[in-house]
Design a binder for this molecule. Sequence first.
Ligand SMILES: Cc1cc2nc3c(=O)[nH]c(=O)nc-3n(C[C@H](O)[C@H](O)[C@H](O)COP(=O)(O)OP(=O)(O)OC[C@H]3O[C@@H](n4cnc5c(N)ncnc54)[C@H](O)[C@@H]3O)c2cc1C
Length: 418
Amino acid sequence: MSRRTVEKQTRVAVIGGGASGLAAAAAAAAAGAFVMVLEKEERVGRKLLATGNGRCNYSNRYVDIKDYRSRDLDKAEKILSRIGQKETLAFFERLGIWPRADESGRIYPSSEQAAAVLDVLRMELRRLGVEIFCGWPVKELKKDPKGGFRIIGQKGEQKKADRVIIACGGMAGAQYGCSGDGYALARAFGHQIIKPLPALVQLSAKGDFFRHLKGVRAKGRVCLEWEGTVVAEQSGEIQFTQWGLSGICIFDLSGQAMELLDQGKDCGIRIDLFPQIQPDAFYSRLLNRLSVSGHKSAEEFLEGMIHKKLIGVVLRACGVESPAVPASELGEKRIHAIAAMLKGWRIPVTGARPWSEAQTTSGGVRLSQIDPGTMESLLQKGLYFAGEVLDAQGRCGGYNLQWAWSTGLLAGRSAAGL
Ligand SMILES: Cc1cc2nc3c(=O)[nH]c(=O)nc-3n(C[C@H](O)[C@H](O)[C@H](O)COP(=O)(O)OP(=O)(O)OC[C@H]3O[C@@H](n4cnc5c(N)ncnc54)[C@H](O)[C@@H]3O)c2cc1C
């Protein structure tokens, strides 16, 4: 390439070499820009390697706006309609990744290795001549009076670019380099940030019994409640941990739970361990069960219905002094209490596990200040955003990486001038 041609190229700097930044860099370079990626860590894509338990659930067959949350959901929908799952799968297939969906629609590379996704992205960036600077934490971003931007590193070193894509992620998975740097960079240009809170994370809950329940799993329906109103609900496997509740269904409610707590609202998770049976029918079934269990203890009476470790907790909460009490002595009142608890056990939520254990961030740069057709800032020409730094969160199942690819590819293409 001649020097003249190089000079004519748009210089695009991508801040952050995670999922969205690498996709943005590939798209910008493929569209003819000269691209550099500035990454804080010693390697790009570290978080990507940890996704999907090392298998990288990189999209979902059923991507739908209903699976996302944002203050500006209409904008998120427009973005996902510009570049969605189909275009993303085609992009990765061109790079060499064959998709394979599981029965619930989660899409993984057929090699089932997250490393493959990172490898093909790196190969593509190498092919396109993208410059990658690792160990380059961006501290400040400024408009250059002569045009374009000045990007300032931690030690005062500087780089120049015509256009900049902020793809620094949010605050989830802090051990992979994410500590919310993108918010400060965005704020400097007047962008509004919706308070970042951990999401897709285990919830901590009140109850001294949790330390005995570590490792217990149960299937059921879980509702996030506030003042008796169901705010959201999910079904699936509930995992009890020493601190509270986990499992995909809990993860999917965690962002909203954290928002309620942040607003000072006491919220709780109500667990229905037998969602397939109506409350009255369930109570009658327990009474029937009792009629043939007179020879058993209270503990033995519940065995086979719920996990053995849950029995003691349920009996205690329902006022049964000892699990050895004869079942025949439980009485209708206690059976009623047991039925009510198994159909609607309310657990007060107290918080979430730390950022290092969260899979995504609720909140971020407000989408209403971004052009959904290009990902360009409406406040600063030449400044673009991609990925988790933005206020949009998907549920578990490949939706967050889909958001990273959609926004990254769109921002990259637009920043290159297409
Ligand atoms: C354990 C785990 C498992 C997950 N599994 C899945 C999954 O299977 N499917 C799914 O859809 N989602 C999954 N996610 C979520 C998904 O990984 C994120 O949504 C996605 O990585 C966000 O992409 P991003 O590019 O916006 O941010 P990131 O991938 O977090 O990348 C941001 C990059 O910016 C860099 N950076 C930060 N600050 C600076 C700075 N100042 N200067 C330079 N660089 C900076 C960081 O070091 C990082 O490399 C998972 C998350 C975790 C933590």
